[in-house]
Design a binder for this molecule. Structure first.
Ligand code: NDP
Length: 400
């Protein structure tokens, strides 16, 4: 029996919280702490009476380390599940160190001022986490998250060497809006407007944003345009899968999304440089977020499927081998089950599973670690059990 403190109460947190209370045999008590307490209270009211998990709520500004420390000291959780924004990662890690509690997140630290897409600052906490005998599990969503677990599983069971990995993230969901993002708009737009990046033969290669396009025939979804983008898990997978020669990340985008994004970029609406507006400093991207649909509200109107997975090429017993591991998730089924669309679902479920791995002691490497450093097997079993069953192909189409 374990206690989890969940920080944030947005789209992803809502799914993780639904999943923790479904998994009441592990999580007998949770506390939901977020900036807007009324959202935590509304979710508690929805779930109370439907589970034996005891739920409490708290107001928290996680940018304030002392506030987070006070909540941890009061609630005494076994794990802190950070589902706020990447801006809070370092502050919440510091609070976990001061209180000696395990930590988990789903996105690498970002400074609000300078986009960086790197684990560097979080990895620097490693010695202190080790000395405190606690674990920080970095990137326990889907990508990063399940994609790293897929890499560890392929390496453990299917290959002697993995030469190339292509991570393919397809969202074929249709929410009916000309433009909306499936998770936090500010974070999403920072990610997709950044230069593309991939790793080949020992070095990182930068491309212009969305400059490399491929079409892929996704199982259960069909042909989709996908674009090479930078994605954070490549940085840790390159370190943790020995002998890897190339890793790329492709994400699908529809015509309408790209057209709107280009226009917004061209007029300066995606900028994070503050501007003066009617005497106030405002950040154009934050203003844009305020006028876009809240991702948590997309669930009721999104139809279609996601397909996210990894294609591996390497050798086994001296012979070349291709292998594809993926999950297909249906937006409408997710909504029926937990009231959220599949992008939040595919992130919130692995967040709960990662927390379960830590509190049950199945994963107990001390220090700061990315998800592919742990034994993938219990996590892979839990994906099948908690709503994200995976599929495999030994003869996949490969990406040119
Ligand atoms: P939302 O914007 O829906 O939710 C974020 C929540 O964090 C909100 O409840 C917000 O409060 C709260 N919050 C923000 N700042 C603070 C603060 N200073 N203190 C306390 N709470 C705060 O985001 P999502 O749920 O879409 O995304 C959550 C995280 O998941 C992000 O880090 C995102 O990058 C990550 N993610 C990871 C994916 C993966 O596969 N690995 C995929 C998708 C997302 P309020 O309600 O007041 O705004």
């Amino acid at each position: 029996m374990a206690k989890a403190l969940i920080i944030g109460c947005g789209a992803v947190a809502s799914v993780a919280i639904h999943k923790c209370v479904q998994n009441y045999e592990v999580f007998d008590e949770i506390c939901i702490a977020s900036r807007t307490k009324s959202k935590c209270d509304a979710l508690k009211a929805k779930l109370d009476g439907k589970t034996s998990t005891k739920i409490s709520t708290a107001q928290l500004d996680a940018n304030n380390i002392e506030e987070t420390v006070a909540i941890i000291n009061n609630f005494k959780p076994d794990v802190v599940v950070n589902l706020a924004l990447p801006y809070q990662d370092l502050k919440i890690m510091e609070a976990c160190l001061r209180t000696k509690v395990n930590y988990l997140d789903t996105a690498n630290y970002e400074s609000e001022e300078i986009p960086q897409f790197s684990y560097k600052e979080q990895w620097e906490f490693n010695d202190r986490f080790k000395a405190a005998n606690i674990t920080a599990l970095l990137g326990s969503g889907f990508d990063p998250g399940v994609t790293g677990v897929f890499c560890a599983y392929a390496y453990k069971h299917h290959f002697d060497t993995i030469e190339t990995i292509d991570i393919l993230d397809c969202n074929a969901g249709d929410h009916g809006y000309p433009f909306a993002t499936n998770f936090n708009p500010e974070i999403n737009i920072r990610e997709v407007t950044a230069p593309g990046m991939y790793y080949e033969d020992g070095k990182w290669v930068e491309t212009e944003s969305m400059a490399i396009k491929r079409v892929y025939n996704f199982p259960e979804v069909g042909n989709k345009d996908m674009y090479l983008i930078h994605h954070e898990e490549m940085e840790s997978i390159v370190k943790n899968i020995p002998g890897l020669k190339r890793i790329r990340f492709f994400m699908t985008f529809g015509e309408s999304y790209l057209r709107h994004l280009r226009c917004l970029e061209n007029v300066g609406m995606t900028s994070i440089e503050p501007i003066k507006f009617q005497g106030h400093d405002i950040i154009p991207l934050q203003f844009l977020q305020a006028v876009l649909p809240d991702p948590a509200s997309l669930g009721a109107r999104t139809k279609g499927k996601t397909n996210i997975g990894c294609i591996f090429h390497g050798t086994k017993d001296g012979k070349p081998k291709d292998y594809y591991l993926y999950n297909v998730c249906d937006h409408e089924s997710c909504y029926r089950e937990v009231g959220s669309q599949a992008v939040a679902y595919t992130t919130g479920v692995p967040a709960m599973i990662g927390a379960m791995m830590l509190v049950t002691g199945k994963w107990n490497l001390k220090g700061v670690h990315n998800i592919e450093e742990f034994d993938p097997d219990p996590f892979m079993d839990a994906l099948n059990k908690f709503g994200l069953p995976w599929q495999e192909s030994f003869n996949p189409d490969v990406v040119e």
